[in-house]
Design a protein around this ligand. Structure first.
Ligand code: MN
Length: 229
């Protein structure tokens, strides 16, 4: 088969301690999944059903990269998140079976053009231009569930230029990993290769050109990216 335009290889993430890579299909993100973050964004963290938005697979940025500062924003924000990598297709997955569909875990950033997202919210428009832009999904290599287990508690934090900005614990998620997989699989068929960004703890804030971001999730990994000057 001849492609009519230049072929773009499937985005992928390294698998820790392996020569294999994980091909990234779709990236789903859970909104407002930590109560303190919901509050800081002006929402009542009542246990409403989870909601989801997406980023394109080619928004993935490898660990250690220097990222060009994105266009069209004066208010780029960091959101540190645990990333869940799906290893097995499924629809209508019960929560009790959800972890069977997990390949592994990574540490990611849901980079957000907060000004564009805010405008979209105000006007009742989609969030894509605030969330789904170039290089908006830095992520570490994935640790398999065999290596990392299924982390349900442990620290998640983000530093900007060495100063702690976000700090939380995975146990504070409003919808835990099995529940979010179960919910999402009732809306779409999850496919092997999909990623789920599981939400961010409180402390989101601005990122400037030249900033160095270091993120951590206990037992999962460390992510470091730098924004070009
Ligand atoms: Mn997020």
């Amino acid at each position: 088969m001849d492609y009519a335009v230049k072929f773009r290889p499937t985005p992928h993430l390294p698998v820790a301690e392996s020569n294999e890579v994980f091909p990234v299909g779709r990236i789903y993100c859970v909104g407002r999944n930590y109560a303190e973050h919901a509050r800081e964004m002006g929402h009542d963290p009542e246990r409403e059903p989870p909601f989801f938005f997406m980023k394109p697979a080619d928004a993935i940025v490898p660990n250690g990269a220097t990222i060009p500062f994105p266009q069209a924003t004066n208010d780029l924000h960091h959101e540190i998140e645990m990333v869940v990598a799906i290893g097995k297709d499924g629809a209508d997955i019960p929560a009790e079976k959800a972890l069977d569909h997990v390949f592994g875990y990574g540490v990611g950033l849901d980079m957000t053009r907060r000004d564009l997202q805010g405008e979209a919210k105000k006007m009742g428009r989609p969030w894509e231009m605030g969330k789904a832009f170039d290089n908006s999904a830095p992520c570490t290599a994935l640790k398999t569930a065999a290596m990392a287990g299924h982390p349900a508690k442990g620290a998640i934090w983000l530093k900007v230029n060495g100063a702690v900005k976000q700090k939380g614990d995975l146990s504070e998620m409003i919808w835990n990993v099995p529940e979010m997989i179960s919910y999402l699989s009732r809306l779409i068929t999850l496919r092997a290769g999909d990623l789920i960004m599981s939400g961010t703890p409180a402390g989101v804030g601005p990122v400037k050109a030249g900033d160095r971001l270091e993120g951590h999730v206990d037992g999962v990994g460390e992510l470091t990216v730098t924004y070009a000057k």
